[in-house]
Design a protein around this ligand. Sequence first.
Ligand code: GDP
Length: 478
Amino acid sequence: ASLVTVLFHLGEMATATQSLDEDTFEALGVELGYKIQIVSPEDEDKELLEDFGLDLDAELEAETDEELEPRAPIVTVMGHVDHGKTRLLDAIRHADVISGEAGGITQHIGAYQVHHEHDGVTRAITFIDTPGHEAFTAMRARGAQVTDIAILVVAADDGVMPQTIEALNHAQAANVPIVVAVNKVDKEGANPDKIRQQLTEYNLVAEEWGGDTMFVDVSALKGQGIDELLQAVLLTADAGLDLRANPNKDARGVAVEAHLDKGRGAVATVLVNSGTLRVGDAIVAGTAHGRVRAMFDEHDNLVTEATPARPVLVIGLTSVPGAGDSFIVAEDDRTARQIAEKRAAAERAAQLAKRRKRISLEDFNKALEEGKVDTLNLIIKGDVSGAVEALEDALLQIDVGDEVDLRIIHRGVGAVTQNDVNLATVDNAIIIGFNVRPAERVQDMADREGVDMRFYSVIYRALEDVEASLKGMLKPEY
Ligand code: GDP
């Protein structure tokens, strides 16, 4: 019986080209008498590190209470566009009781730390300096959870908006406690209580209304309420979070931002989760590796070590890691390089596997004969509308026979965009470009997603290829 039939008996309606979820796979395995093990990329990486004698989970579990020391909470600011996230991050920077205005200009390195004083006790708080839930979610997608507390900014003159809800959903899904900053209270018509009212619908009930969420009225513009907000963050941390880490071991953490700097080469801002990072350490971040040549804090001061929750800009990596990539200190340079190389190889293999899933013009006919497809979906982009129309007309006149449909699912004038690639991914389409080229970014994305893009400057060449593909005559080029 075909897999589709077996699946049908398991109560799953599936088509031959559909991908299945993990539960279905496991049920399928049981039915067919196989034990199916689904290996996630995280598990794979865990195994890779274990080959080098690194078991990070076991390391954390083995830590004793005496080894753990308090660390600063790490905070992300989220909320609807224009509600004041960027302004608030600025205001908070200026509220630092240690560096303050005198601490010089703050560099944007992706995260910063401020100090707050209450009842004579000074404590540090770390802020992720990229506002919004997109960065938060992108990092989570890479398996990195760096945020301990989310500040949800809601403008008192505007109220709860779509991205407010999105942001709070993301925070709640990640089990990250929320402190609400009701912003722009300086504005006429601001109604902070309305915000409290609206948010009760989303299980955020203000403490003063009997709930357990702290709401603080602020004006990022005027710098009002910032101390109270920082205090609320610390109280929220103390109420439910056990923020401790062992500083006395090799550093482990996350790269929160990275780029290529003209003068300094690959630079990455890392946030240490546990251990202490020192100048001279051999490190791996994602598929990048190197030795820490120098470290800077957010005031561009050189630092020699970074303890848990202390963001630093690291110089000395051989390439740029991705935001959200984990980093670790390795025994020596050689180990760091080997881990990075193995990861890069695993990544390439995963990409290849992904690429094989999508259709290309060369293998279309084979997929057709195997009954995996019955439609050739095309996206046409050209430099002028006349050319796009001419190409479309000519393509639609190809005699395709009965078994197959040729559909132009999208056409347009201009370069191939990321949107086109996205569409091709969703609809398993092939992109035909006439007298246009894709931006490098777009080409990379197509390679990554395994989308077949073809470029022509003569219409009949495009027709020839499509015809040959339909007849199974187009030979792969290697
Ligand atoms: P973001 O998109 O959430 O990062 O919002 P911004 O920080 O860029 O702020 C959007 C606009 O609102 C800017 O024009 C800010 O000057 C203004 N704004 C931010 N905070 C306040 C505030 O507390 N009071 C007033 N009146 N305006 C503010």
